[in-house]
Unconditional design. Structure first.
Length: 111
């Protein structure tokens, strides 16, 4: 079953210390052995985002994050694993879980 692990924290990937970076590398190496990784990426800071909405057929854009918050979505893992418990066990090992939050969501397969 596929799950997405969403990483929320005040820090972005660019803000990591060398030791924090090394802990991510070690985590990713172990995760690749434990589950089938489908995709994993860090994201640029929320301040670089553009929010798109369409109202009355017109595209509207807004710079920056839609919601003001200290924490931001910093990256994600899309994994394929046996069940929710396996996804939660992996989420508990994500380095960000010690200082931020990891949201785990099952992927709804449309097709």
């Amino acid at each position: 079953m596929k799950y997405v692990l969403l990483f929320f924290n005040e820090k972005t990937a660019r803000d990591l210390t060398p030791a924090e970076h090394d802990s991510w590398v070690a985590f990713q190496d172990q995760a690749r052995r434990d589950v089938t990784e489908v995709a994993a990426q860090a994201l640029e800071p929320a301040a670089t985002a553009t929010v798109v909405t369409v109202r009355d057929g017109k595209r509207l854009t807004m710079d920056g994050p839609f919601v003001e918050t200290k924490e931001q979505l910093g990256g994600f893992f899309l994994i394929d694993c046996e069940n929710l418990e396996a996804a939660l066990a992996l989420a508990a090992r994500v380095p960000i879980a010690r200082t931020g939050h990891v949201e785990v969501r099952a992927v709804y397969e449309v097709y």
